[in-house]
Ligand binder design. Sequence first.
Ligand code: HXC
Length: 287
Amino acid sequence: MFDTNLYRGQRVLVTGGGTGLGFAMACKLASLGAEVHLCGRRMDVLEQAVRTLKGEFGAKAFAHRLDIRSAEHVAQMVEGIWQLHGPLTALVNNAAGNFVSRTEDLSINGFHAISDIVFRGTFYVTQAVGKQWISQGLPGAVLSIVVTWVDTGSPFVVPSAMSKAGLDAMTKSLAVEWGPKGIRLNAIAPGVIPTQGASARLRPQIGGNEDAVNQRQRDNPMRRLGAGEDIGNLAAYMLAPGNTWLNGQTITLDGGDALANGAYFTDYQAWNDADWAQAKALAKEAR
Ligand code: HXC
């Protein structure tokens, strides 16, 4: 689909890039020649991901331990990348946190855990990288991963829905504010692309249950769920160095699922207290 040297000379930071969708995008960009920087909270996971990127793609890849909830640590990491490696050319805002809960049951700490990662943390990284680009007069590209519930809203994941909608607004706002400086901001709103982290927290009782997965596949207009390759390809297109007129857009990548089926988790309306207790216990065990 792409020239294999498309990302030669590009340096990309992927937040939460050690697992799931972040790692899938990192793989694609590395396979096209990018130098890839991954940050996340678990160094063992990041180091394993870096070994894979080096081994499979011969890529230059680096791991940075970071919780994006600390604005100070974010600034230090970004500064360190610039000093040790050179300017980033692109940023992928992928790190997120989420779990399903009835909103009336959420503790304030639970609300903060999600909104501090998704809403505030993503802003910290975007601002830190943007400040470097602006102070040096460099162009740049930011891609944020939101979700189709920025359009539909979503019951039972209200802190995430509110925070992701904020990122959608950040994308549109900064596209206009920073566009004249050569900095583009876009977003992908993926549908269901099963990953261990998301499945364990959003569909804890279902997980990989074959009947449920088959039903979701049948419900999707394209008759399948998403794969890492799907989001990797779209990310590679949207961040591509020559793609300089795509700005301020959130592109849905879901096989048409949201058009056909609307908001997620509406079926959880039928859950009783025991179902919610089980969901919470299972989600809290997820690593
Ligand atoms: C209710 C919960 C809970 C649960 C945590 N809490 N899990 N409440 N149900 N399942 C509450 C805790 O009781 C605590 O409140 C508060 O939240 C903080 O919990 P901690 O475990 O101390 O937080 P922390 O270790 O910082 O973990 C953050 C996290 C966790 C968000 C809670 O799930 C996480 O690390 N997630 C990262 C990975 C992830 O979520 N992946 C899925 C992304 S899917 P109290 O009051 O007890 O102190 C996604 C959707 C979009 O983003 C998908 C796009 C395709």
